[in-house]
Design a binder for this molecule. Sequence first.
Ligand SMILES: [Zn+2]
Length: 133
Amino acid sequence: MRNLYFQISDFIIEPDKLTSLDVINKILVHLWIINDVRIGLGHYILVSKNSGYRSVGYEKSKKRSGFSEHCFLGGGAVDYTCQKKYIKKLVKLLRQSDYKRVCYYPKSNFIHCDLKGHEKQYFICAGKKWVRK
Ligand SMILES: [Zn+2]
């Protein structure tokens, strides 16, 4: 039997609030992608704090637009991190996964992943800008 390394709650930053089934179904897609990546990496991966599903209300309370992929209006977005020594391998595995857009934040040691668009795109965050590679 395969190990399941993640729980739905790992992807929700407001676990005390009700989350719609639509969002939970979308989270499941992320869970299965990252579970396979976790098996490939052989080391733990964490969903970054504040960076799984964020409700539109939460975003607005932070003075954001509410159109972030993290609001799961589309396929949703999740930021992942791991020990620094494995981050490059994690980037590689995420680029090979079903994620469409992968953006590596070297300074903060995390990787944004989402399902937006049809083509695979890889970015590195420089300053606050995503630079396509
Ligand atoms: Zn993100």
